[in-house]
Ligand binder design. Structure first.
Ligand code: HEM
Length: 225
């Protein structure tokens, strides 16, 4: 059997990394911001959506396989690309180069944001043993308190916009690198479509922050302890 060369292994890792940015990470982000935006419909709707997720069978395994392991791989590859890549904005002022630089900067911001975000939501949930129907009121109390401070709001606005830019621009990079959009016109049109996708997701995230900030409504478990 032919052995794969170091260059081929490198190429394969970059391709897998680009695919993972879309599936499952990008899909998770779109789903996550969409579900959270249910908070703008009402606290009960949001509570039921958290109840549904927190009562899924094999939740821990699903989260490790489809969220945490891909996120860890994507982040490690991101650091590798960041520290091994050359910056070329100084040489060419093309928007494409700026987007590439912004892609790397927002990647770093999202990584820092995720440490904060998971450290203030998932970590305390596990630490205090708030599982199943106890999770929703516990997490909503945390979110209500988070968005009563300007620092909390600003951290989330920066985290959300960095994540949506990183995803939308990454979607374009994925389509180019996988040979899905080839011609110049197709690439320009795709930029517009993916920018719209990013704007819609940003709108959902910002609307959620606004709703939590204006209406911090506490809830009790939907099913008795
Ligand atoms: C309005 C904005 C957001 C709100 C209100 C929010 C809320 C939450 C909550 C309450 C949890 C805990 C869920 C649970 O343990 O049941 C969570 C988990 C998580 N969030 Fe967010 N989030 C927001 C934005 C983001 C963004 C922008 C990202 C990506 C950069 C993100 C990534 C994650 C990840 C990876 C988890 C862990 C997976 C999970 O346990 O479901 N979140 N978020």
């Amino acid at each position: 059997m032919a052995k794969i060369t170091q260059d081929q292994a490198h190429f394969l890792l970059l391709k897998i990394n680009s695919l993972m940015g879309l599936i499952p990470i990008g899909v998770f982000l779109a789903f996550h911001l969409g579900i959270n935006a249910l908070r703008t419909v009402g606290p009960l709707q949001y509570q039921l959506s958290i109840d549904l997720i927190n009562n899924l069978p094999f939740l821990f395994g699903i989260e490790i396989a489809f969220i945490y392991a891909p996120l860890l791989f994507h982040s490690m590859m991101g650091f590798y690309i960041y520290f091994s890549g050359k910056r070329n904005v100084g040489h060419y002022g093309y928007p494409r180069n700026w987007r590439y630089t912004l892609q790397r900067i927002t990647g770093l911001i999202v990584f820092a944001f995720l440490i904060y975000h998971l450290g203030t939501t998932v970590a305390p949930k596990i630490f205090y043993g708030k599982h199943q129907f106890l999770a929703a009121p516990f997490l909503m109390d945390i979110m209500n308190a988070e968005f009563q401070t300007w620092s909390g709001r600003i951290i989330y606005l920066i985290g959300i916009s960095s994540a949506t830019f990183h995803f939308a621009n990454g979607l374009w990079g994925f389509c180019v690198s996988w040979g899905i959009i080839i011609g110049q016109n197709a690439q320009r049109n795709a930029s517009i479509v993916f920018a719209m996708v990013g704007l819609v997701l940003t709108f959902l995230g910002f609307a959620t922050v606004l709703e939590f900030s204006l209406n911090p409504i506490p809830v009790t478990p939907t099913v008795g302890e």
